[in-house]
Design a protein around this ligand. Structure first.
Ligand SMILES: NC(=O)c1ccc[n+]([C@@H]2O[C@H](COP(=O)([O-])OP(=O)(O)OC[C@H]3O[C@@H](n4cnc5c(N)ncnc54)[C@H](O)[C@@H]3O)[C@@H](O)[C@H]2O)c1
Length: 270
């Protein structure tokens, strides 16, 4: 049975642990770790089969796969340790890979140690079609995100351009540029832009448009891809997680689905 260790006992980590506990994933939860011990303890209260709370090195030695559901800092802190120990790594804070060279280094260590790095689809859909279409020439990948103004509060781009978010009364285009520029200006969007860029044509070529719309409560992402295969579009309206409105519920579900894929004999989809 696959032995899973979880680093990061917040919104996503909790959903993953509950899925293992309720046997939705056929695996054993061998331990958890969080920089805030109380977060581990609060999580354990919700589980019937309580895993050990372990320091990272011990957790890594006991697990077959480490799930990072913590932060970009945790990816940089523990990622290489996991792969150097020959253990698989699943990364939720995929924005960490916008740091030049980090993913290349991780891939080299993974290849040298015969292990894998998994990046779930997170809060978006369409990565399956994008991966398939990238096997031939891709011309264009565009992400259009529409959020309630509250969802963009505190973004660097908003502060730098002195944008008054409550002054918008209807849907308005706020930003248009490369994924690289979007990641710098809107760190909240970093995971989605990073996953899309990694699966497709990179941060410089992937285009991002950000609209604000005071009439909506869900985060809406539309992905449009054009290439030798033809073209496709897909649209996701995300419900926020009850525990953390910045994290879409779909992100937790994608982590659970990825782990389920690893444990099951049948894999559907690209
Ligand atoms: N790939 C995607 O589409 C996607 C979607 C949503 C969230 N995310 C990312 O997933 C990560 C987890 O999201 P969440 O909503 O569960 O966050 P959360 O804030 O609810 O929980 C994170 C937990 O990790 C712990 N943590 C943070 N840094 C740590 C470190 N260095 N070492 C150990 N523990 C640490 C925190 O104490 C907290 O308990 C975030 O980085 C978030 O940006 C990715």
């Amino acid at each position: 049975m696959l032995k899973i260790g979880v680093i990061g006992c917040g919104t996503i980590g909790k959903e993953i642990c509950k899925a293992i506990d309720s046997k939705r994933i056929n695996a054993q939860l061998v331990g958890v770790h969080d920089k805030t011990a109380e977060n581990c303890e609060r999580l354990l209260e919700e589980l019937d089969n309580k895993p050990e709370i372990l320091p990272p090195s011990e957790l890594i030695s006991k697990a077959d796969i480490i799930v990072e559901s913590a932060s970009q800092a945790a990816v940089r802190e523990f990622g290489h340790m996991v792969l150097e120990a020959g253990k698989d790594l699943m990364v939720m804070s995929v924005g960490a890979f916008t740091e030049p060279g980090l993913l290349g280094r991780f891939k080299k260590i993974a290849s040298d140690n015969h292990c894998k790095i998994y990046i779930p689809s997170g809060a978006i859909a369409g990565l399956d079609g994008l991966k398939s279409s990238s096997m031939a020439a891709l011309d264009k990948v565009t992400l259009t995100t529409t959020k309630n103004p509250q969802g963009l509060k505190g973004a660097l781009y908003i502060i730098r351009n002195k944008i008054q978010l409550d002054s918008f009364l209807e849907k308005t285009l706020l930003f248009e540029g490369s994924a690289e520029e979007a990641i710098r200006g809107f760190p909240e969007n970093v995971n989605i832009a990073a996953s899309l860029s990694l699966a497709g044509i990179g941060v410089k070529e992937t285009r991002v448009r950000i609209f604000i719309d005071p009439a909506i409560s869900r985060n809406i992402h539309e992905i449009a891809v054009e290439g030798a295969f033809g073209k496709f579009t897909c649209r996701i309206e995300n419900v926020p997680s009850p525990g953390n409105p910045r994290t879409s519920f779909l992100a937790s579900l994608s982590a659970i689905a990825t782990l389920k894929n690893i444990t099951e004999p049948l894999q559907i989809g690209t």
